[in-house]
Design a protein around this ligand. Sequence first.
Ligand code: PHE
Length: 459
Amino acid sequence: MSVNRGEFGSKLGFILAAAGSAVGLGNIWKYPFEVADGGGAAFVIMYLAFCFILCFPVMLTEIAIGRKTNRDAVGAFSALGFRNWSIVGKLGVISGILILSFYNVVAGWAFGYFVNMIVGNFDIGNQFGDFIKDWITIGGYAIVFMAMTALIVSRGIQDGIEKAAKFLMPSLFLIILFLVIYAITLPNSGAGLEFYLVPDFSKISFETVYGALGQAFFSLSLGMGALITYGSYVSKKDNIVSSAAYITLTDVAIAFIAGLMMFPLVAFINQGDMSNVQGGAGLIFVTLPGVFESLGPILGILIGGIFFLLLSFAALTSTVSLLEVPVAHIVDEYKVERRKAVYGMAALIFVVGIPSLLANGAVDFLSAKTFFGFDFMTFVEKVASDTFLPLGGTLITFFAAYIWKKENLHEEIAIGYDGYGNSFVKKYLDLAVTIICPTILSVIFLLTVLNIYFKISIF
Ligand code: PHE
C-alpha cells in the first residue's frame, strides 16, 4: 500500500505545515470580521473556549487516526475496518472542495492587494467594492493562486509543503506584531481594545454561538480530515499531543493578535466610535490600505506590500492543505498519479468556485441575499464552515470513542508520549471524545441547521 506516500521530515516540519494549514485567511481576514459581526469580546471568549475545550480533542483525534492508518481522510476509516464510516471522510472531502472554492477567491483578492500595494495604490481600500466586482481581474488572480497551490501540492510533502511553511510563518508573526504596536500608538486605539477585550454579553445571540464554533473549526482546519491527511505523514516517533498543542496555540495566538491589530485600527478610523462597527468580508481590505498610507509613501509601500505578500503566503499554506485532502483521497483510493490528481482537482475546484467569484457584485442574483438570506459566497462559507465542519467533528469524535473505541485512540496517542497513561490530557480527552464533544457539537449543529436553513432561533 504505502508506496512512498511521503512523510514529514521532522516533527517541526509537521507542526509548521499543520500550523501553516491552520493559520491563514481564517485568522487575519475572517476572524476580525466575525468578531466585529459577533459583537466583540463576548464572541472572542466563546471562540477561545471552543478552541481549547472542543476543538483541541478533535485535533488530537484526527491526527491519531491519520497516523494510525497512514491513509487519506476517506481510506482511514476503511483501514480501521469500518468501511461505512468512510462517509465521514467523504463529507470531509466535499467540505474541502467547497471551502477551497471560495477561499481561493479571497486569496486572490489578497494577492491582488499585494500587487496594488507595491505600486503604491493605497486608494484600493476605498475601491474595494469595485475591485471585487471586476471578475476578469479577480478571476485572473484566482487562477494564479490556484496554480501556485497546485504547483506546491504536486511537489509532495517534504519539498513542497514543509519547506514553504518553515520560513513564512515566523515572518508573518513579526509583521503583525509590528502592526499591533503601531496600531496601539494611534489615537482612539483604546476604544478598539475595549470593544475587543471587554465583553458585553447582551450582544450574544445564537448566531454568535454558531459563528464562534464554525470559526474555531475553520481556523484550526478541523472537521474535514485535513489533519487526518497531514497526520498520515507523521512519524511514529513523534509526540502528537505536544504537536497538537503547538498547532492550536500558534493558530489561536495569531488570530488573537490579528484582533489586537485590527480593532485599534478600526477605532482610529472611526474616531473612537465602536457602536456601529461594520464587519463583513471587506473589513481588512477596506481598513488596512488607508493605514498603510498613513505610514508615508516608502514605509507604506514596504509594510503594505510585505503584509499582503505574507497574507497571501499564509493563505497558500492553507490552500495547499485544502487541496491535499481530495488529492490524497484520489491518489490513495483510486491510484491516480499524483500530478494528474493535483491538476484535475485544482481545475475542478476552480470551476466550483466561479459562482463565488461572481457573487461579489459581478452577477446580481449571486450577489443578492438570495441564498437563505446570504449571497452565494457567504452561503457556501456558512454551509461548509458552520455546518459541515462541526458535523464532521461530531462524527469523528463519536467514531473514535464508540466505533473504533477510545482504548485504541489512547493507544495510538501514547506512542511517542511516555507519560500519557497518567496524564491530565488523557483524562480530559477521554471525557471529551465520549461525552463533551459528541453532545455539545451535535446540539449546536442541530440548532445551527434550524437557524441557517429554517430561520428558527432559540435566542
Ligand atoms: N484554517 C485555514 C485558515 O484559517 C482554513 C482551512 C480550513 C484550511 C479547513 C484547511 C481546512 O485560513
